[in-house]
Ligand binder design. Structure first.
Ligand SMILES: Nc1ncnc2c1ncn2[C@@H]1O[C@H](COP(=O)(O)OP(=O)(O)O)[C@@H](O)[C@H]1O
Ligand SMILES: O=P(O)(O)OC[C@H](O)CO
Length: 500
């Protein structure tokens, strides 16, 4: 085995990051590139596929250079990525035929309604573990085939390839030698049978998607191909792991046993509970999804996906101009004692788990003549924690397991007001781990395992607790605040539909 470093590529919704980890899983160099978000029409969110690739390549080169290691010292690459975001490109030239449609994009809501009308909801839930929603890749592929000139004809002739961001990056890294994905990313397409671990013929037929476009599905730790020498100092590096970013964070917290849960606070909030080798079907609006696949074993998770979390803090900055930087949200929130009765439901792109309402829209309640920017900031931060409680409540009902603590990571967890409110509103300990970049760490950990650099017993020591937030809020106040929130959510539901 040559090299004792692992390079993790973390292609997120707002930035591409890369981290070099040493043989004790300590980060030794980080590279990061922000890239542009395109909002061409209301409800549409797009990324430029070439920008995704270039930003990721530059971030990787920067991480290697900052860490001071040579490319030949890198034993393996682990890839983790924003999930569901979908691209189509030409098999011959590798040219994308249009922008990537991002997971937040709502344009395919009518296609989802059509699937529901055709009575496919139950079949989709049973086969894929998912609810019918524009969030997932299936209707995004179908939309591109319908709306991009010549796309359907070319797809049927075998000229086009489809994939999520992991497949796109691997295609570029290997110079078009590998068109593959892993079981976690496949499980987010709404085309994948999570029991048989294969693309589902009936769903492909119903959505009119040629199977020849889709990548081969591998376990999350596997041989995904080798990088072209031109990308990293003339060396070919094996790609040894691929995980969707939320699954990678679960792994990075070493939540490897049934009953362990984590929440990642990035653009959205994603709460995952490991349910072991057993699939738990949700009766309360959660998704059943693949946590990872390694050595012929699949671990499943229950997931609550909240679409708008850190994105609401971005709105305070870019939409309302109340702050210049997300970090300032904490200072502004600290200028008042509480939210002053203000409740904000940031349903900017509808509501995800546990409501799955594509037509809900954001709203602000409880304004008075005394409402100040601080109250708005505080209510915005609280909305992240309240949405999390909606999900953990559903999780406890579905799994029958009361949560004992919540492990947290992601860009927003450095906000102590948010973390304290999270502990308060859950009545649970919130544990912020030492390593901030848990997503990248998770991908690196699996790549290291797959490559034989580490043993499973070592994983837990890689990311110890850094800070504990204990619940301090009086139980009566906690429940009153939560009832207020539920009331506000009810009033946002179906808003867009009611307008039509
Ligand atoms: N101090 C902070 N308080 C609250 N939110 C924050 C803070 N710092 C960053 N954020 C939010 O975290 C998000 C970025 O987190 P990150 O994990 O990088 O997201 P992603 O992987 O979705 O790109 C942004 O939406 C930003 O608004
Ligand atoms: O890129 P993030 O961290 O916002 O994660 C996005 C999720 O994978 C979407 O399902």
């Amino acid at each position: 085995m040559s090299g004792t470093y692992i390079l993790a590529l973390d292609q997120g919704t707002t930035s591409s990051r890369a981290i070099v980890f040493d043989d004790e899983a300590r980060p030794t160099g980080i590279g990061q590139r922000m890239f542009k978000q395109h909002f061409p029409l209301p409800g549409r969110v797009e990324h430029d596929p070439e920008e995704i690739w270039i930003s990721q390549l530059e971030a990787a080169r920067e991480a290697i250079s900052v860490s001071g290691v040579r490319a030949e010292d890198i034993a393996a690459i682990g890839i983790t990525n924003q999930r569901e975001t979908t691209l189509i490109w030409e098999r011959e030239s590798g040219r994308p035929i249009g922008p990537a449609i991002v997971w937040q994009d709502r344009r395919t809501a009518p296609l989802c309604e059509d699937l529901k009308r055709r009575g496919l909801e139950l079949y989709i839930r049973k086969t894929t573990g998912l609810v019918v929603d524009a969030y997932f890749s299936a209707t995004k592929i179908a939309w591109m085939l319908e709306h991009i000139p010549e796309a359907r004809k070319r797809a049927e002739a075998g000229e086009l390839l489809a994939g999520t961001v992991d497949s796109w990056l691997i295609w570029k890294l290997t110079g078009g030698n590998s068109h593959v994905t892993d079981v976690t990313n496949a499980s987010r397409t709404m085309l994948f049978d999570i029991d048989r671990l294969a693309w589902d013929d009936r769903l492909l037929r119903e959505l009119n998607i040629p199977a020849s476009m889709l990548p081969k599905v591998l376990m999350s730790g596997a041989d995904f191909g080798r990088t072209l020498p031109e990308w990293f100092g003339g060396v070919e590096i094996p790609i040894a792991s691929v995980l969707g970013d939320q699954q990678a964070a679960l792994f990075g917290h070493a939540c490897v046993e049934a009953g362990h849960a984590k929440n990642t606070y990035g653009t959205g909030c994603f709460i995952l509970l490991n349910t072991g080798e057993e699939q738990v079907a949700s009766a309360h609006g959660l998704l059943t999804t693949v946590a990872w696949g390694w050595k012929d074993k699949i671990h499943y998770a229950l997931e609550g996906s909240v679409f708008v979390a850190g994105a609401a803090v971005e709105w305070l900055k870019d939409g309302l101009n109340l702050i210049d930087d997300p970090d300032e949200s904490e200072r502004l929130a600290a200028s008042v004692e509480d939210s002053g009765g203000v409740v904000i439901v940031p349903a900017f792109t509808g509501l995800g788990a546990p409501y799955w309402d594509m037509y809900a829209r954001g709203s602000m309640f409880g304004l008075t003549r005394g409402t100040q920017p601080g109250h708005i900031a505080r209510a915005t931060l609280e909305s992240l924690a309240l949405q999390t409680r909606d999900v953990t409540n559903a999780m406890e009902k579905d799994s029958g397991i009361p949560l004992r603590e919540l492990r947290v990571d992601g860009g927003a967890v450095k906000n102590n007001i948010l973390m304290q409110f999270q502990a308060d509103i859950l009545g649970l300990d919130v544990v912020r781990t030492e390593q901030g970049e848990t997503t990248a760490l998770g991908a690196a950990m699996l790549a290291g395992l797959q490559h034989g650099l580490w043993q499973q017993e070592q994983l837990r020591s890689f990311n110890p607790p850094g800070a504990y937030f204990r619940p301090l809020m009086d139980a009566e106040l906690r429940e009153r605040k939560y009832r207020h929130w539920q009331n506000a959510v009810e009033r946002t539901r179906g808003w867009e539909e009611a307008e039509d």
